[in-house]
Design a protein around this ligand. Structure first.
Ligand code: ATP
Length: 638
């Protein structure tokens, strides 16, 4: 830090330099986006001032015309973007421009692969914002003054994007911010008026504030070279009407995409959007987008989410989360209401009845948009599902009213395809249900392979009954809330006694006989495993495995139990049921075992194996290994 009180040099955070270098490197082929980012920030700053002026119009300092001005100086190799928005105080400059790294930066850096294309996508998701200036500039100077503070509040921030920046006081008459980029030698085309003009048109047409540039130089008529020419005036380069206020037919796909990038700070095009004006009891416009990629921090709980809220075209707030349920937090967009008061706050939004109605209509709109996409473009929907399917699965628990609609959008892996791809809907399943089948069956396991090879599936595979193969963390929880689809109950194949409606009388009689014949064996095993199991019973559900574990009708599923234990939560005490397959040679061997010690060892090994097969961990693995070895040696010796 220098001693001069008016000018000090401060360091960026440690990760900042790395981040900047990465960004400059990976966005090199997409340099022009810096202009979109800086104009976007300028427009946000104007929105913020407009909003502040609602409460106190003195912040406008008597000047309520908002503009963003872009100037180039070819000789000096500079480009300057000036806005008359809210501006920043010295502390705000340090806070906003001195901390490149935000929460999650370290995790983000770890995700980078070194592959330029992939990394530039990730950086786009991370949001480059202001620092994108350093893609084209080797020095950036920001001169800003908070509105309502008086000229003495002016501050200059300067940096060459290395380890530090300087900050000093410098009076500024005009409120707002001017950002000057000293262009790198190989980026001097951004000091060219025509080049800049075309980039602004491309990215900033939809910004509601006029972006002004000097009008093009008029060719001088022949013979009038010496005549005095009128000074050039500033003119708006963009359309400058808020995009969502225009009618759908007037807005091109390119404009919708550019607007999406403006509000989401995403680099990629959205997957889909829906633009609607609602009239009647409530009047509002919604423009909703489905992103193509999940943001890197979607699973962070405190991530900003929600829509941008405007009231009668005045920006009110970002991240108005009241308009969508949490499980649709990936949706981006704008709501512009004619009914809400201009001084609406988050607290008011929480209590406002109109907001509730809008929320339920907007939720339906998103679900319909997804249903439409699923129907018309399987590829797009598959792309959506792989990014956001996990989040959508939270829906049935959160939004009871739309449970059935959300259920229709879910996709699963099933024994029908036996692949890991989650691409089968419940409706597909129902269509394939067997004659007499009255339930939708599923198995939940730690991972796909454990689910696919679960012993519980044996009888289903034998009978050709389809089973959903679930292995996502939310799945057990999802199924508990979903309960049914199309009036068909959802049944966990590892829970309760197995009774298939399709079982014939003959099969039922066989099961009864099986139970009767195994009574003695069951009782013997039960005595040995008393401390570990709730019950032992004979089953016809197994064809290849000797035994499996079943959860009691009202007990917590094994997967849920593991998740809760991992999260350090108390889990209610419950023991599994051991089901044995009396026709399996190992169980028959057990039945014939007269040495009670060996019987106990073998029964315990059978139990432990059943637990391993469903992805469980043993409470005493060493004891299992030693028992198994003992049995193996006995076998070898006999
Ligand atoms: N022209 C401006 N006028 C006033 N404040 C600004 C201006 N440009 C940037 N800022 C402030 O600096 C902050 C950081 O800007 P930056 O572009 O890096 O991130 P962001 O806009 O918050 O988000 P993102 O990273 O998604 O772009 C902004 O949130 C804003 O508070």
């Amino acid at each position: 830090m220098t001693a001069d009180a008016k000018s000090e040099t401060l360091g960026f955070q440690t990760e900042a330099k790395q981040l900047l270098q990465l960004m400059i490197h990976s966005l090199y082929s997409n340099q022009e986006i810096f202009l979109r980012e800086l104009i976007s920030n300028a427009s946000d700053a104007i929105d913020k001032l407009r909003f502040a002026a609602l409460a106190d119009d003195s912040v406008l300092e008597g000047q309520g015309e908002f503009t963003i001005q872009v100037d180039v100086d070819k000789d000096a190799g500079t480009l300057t973007i000036t806005d008359n928005g809210i501006g920043m105080t010295r502390d705000e400059v340090i806070e906003n421009l001195g901390t490149i790294a935000k929460s999650g930066t370290a995790a983000f850096l770890e995700n980078l692969t070194g592959d330029q294309q992939k990394d530039s996508q990730l950086i786009g998701q991370f949001g480059v914002g202001f620092y994108s200036a350093f893609i084209v500039a080797d020095k950036v100077r920001v001169h800003t003054r908070k509105s309502g503070e008086g000229a003495d509040g002016g501050v200059v921030w300067e940096s060459s994007g290395e380890a530090d920046f300087t900050i000093s006081e410098q009076p500024r008459e005009q409120r707002g911010t001017a950002i000057t980029l000293y262009l790198k030698d190989d980026c001097s085309d951004f000091a060219d008026e025509w080049r800049v003009r075309s980039v602004i048109k491309k990215y900033s047409d939809h910004i509601s504030v006029p972006v002004m540039m000097l009008e093009p130089e008029k060719p001088v008529p022949e013979g009038e070279e010496d005549a005095e020419t009128a000074p050039r005036e500033y003119e708006a380069v963009n359309e400058a009407t808020a995009l969502w206020t225009r009618s759908r037919s007037e807005v091109s796909d390119e404009e919708y995409k550019a607007f999406y990038q403006h509000i989401s700070h995403d680099f990629q095009d959205p997957l889909s959007w829906s633009h609607n004006r609602v009239e009647g009891k409530l009047e509002y416009t919604s423009l909703l987008y489905l992103p193509a990629k999940a943001p890197f921090d979607m699973w962070q709980r405190d991530t900003a989410r929600g829509l941008k809220l405007y009231v009668q075209r005045t920006f009110i707030m970002d991240d108005a989360e009241q308009f969508l349920p949490l499980y649709l937090r990936f949706v981006k967009g704008v709501i512009d209401s004619n009914d809400l008061p201009l001084n609406v706050s988050r607290e008011i939004l929480q209590q406002d009845g109109a907001v509730d109605s809008m929320r339920s209509a907007i939720t339906k709109r998103v679900l319909d948009m997804l249903a439409k996409m699923a129907k018309s473009s399987a590829d797009d929907y598959a792309a959506f599902w792989s990014e956001f399917g996990q989040v959508l699965k939270e829906g049935p628990a959160e939004d009871f009213a739309n449970k059935e609609k959300v259920a229709g959008l879910l996709r699963f892996a099933t024994t029908h395809t036996d692949t890991e791809a989650q691409d089968q809907s419940l409706a597909d399943y129902v269509e394939r249900m067997q004659e007499g089948q009255d339930a939708i069956y599923y198995v939940v396991a730690e991972n796909f392979n454990t689910a696919k090879h679960s012993p519980h599936l044996e009888v289903f595979r034998k009978k050709g009954i389809e089973v959903l193969l679930l292995s996502d963390r939310v799945d057990d929880w999802l199924m508990n809330h979903l309960q049914s689809f199309d009036d068909k109950p959802l049944k966990d194949v590892a829970r309760g006694a197995l009774e298939l409606a399709s079982d014939s009388e003959e099969e039922k009689a066989e099961q009864e006989k099986l139970e009767k014949d195994s009574e003695d064996l069951v009782a013997r095993i039960q005595t040995v495993l008393e401390a570990k199991v709730q019950e032992v019973r004979a089953t016809a559900r197994l064809t290849e495995s000797p035994a499996c574990l079943v959860v009691g009708d009202y007990d917590m599923g094994a997967q849920m139990k593991r998740i809760m234990e991992a999260a350090g939560q108390a889990v209610p005490e419950s023991k599994p049921i051991l089901e044995i397959n009396p026709s399996h040679p190992l169980i028959q061997m057990l039945d014939g075992e007269s040495d009670e010690d060996r019987f106990a060892d073998l029964a315990t090994v059978v139990f432990d194996q059943a637990s391993l097969a469903e992805g469980g961990t043993l409470s005493d693995p060493a004891a299992y290994v030693s028992k198994l070895n003992k049995l193996l040696l006995q076998l070898a010796g006999s």
